[in-house]
Design a protein around this ligand. Structure first.
Ligand SMILES: Nc1nc2c(ncn2[C@@H]2O[C@H](COP(=O)(O)OP(=O)(O)OP(=O)(O)O)[C@@H](O)[C@H]2O)c(=O)[nH]1
Ligand SMILES: [Mg+2]
Length: 87
């Protein structure tokens, strides 16, 4: 069931998803490589591989049904964009 006010963060490897997650949740620790779906409070952090590799799209789609908001994170210093056009 969709839970209200729950977010999932997606984006390329190294885009800054875990750093943003830590900032939003007020965590002081430095982000380490995300290996799997990471449920923490109202946020679900995802590994960048799930956005970059279409084999993982099903997981992203299924998890997105559990949350009310999906946050797309793009490294503004990179030209490479892993999000589909016209998303
Ligand atoms: N300059 C700059 N560096 C950042 C920013 N956010 C994150 N970083 C750096 O980028 C690197 C990767 O950040 P993460 O937050 O681990 O990236 P991620 O999207 O969670 O990566 P994966 O877990 O591999 O998918 C780290 O060295 C961070 O210090 C930012 O806003 N600006
Ligand atoms: Mg991460």
């Amino acid at each position: 069931m969709v839970k209200k006010n729950r977010g999932m963060i997606v984006g390329s490897i190294g885009a800054g998803k875990s750093t943003l997650t830590n900032a939003l949740l007020g965590r002081e620790n430095k982000a380490v490589k995300t290996q799997t779906l990471n449920y923490d409070n109202w946020l679900v952090d995802t590994p960048g591989e799930y956005t970059e590799n279409p084999l993982h799209y099903k997981t992203i789609m299924a998890t997105s049904l559990e949350v009310s908001h999906v946050l797309f994170v793009q490294d503004a210093t990179k030209k490479k964009n892993d999000f589909p056009a016209r998303l």
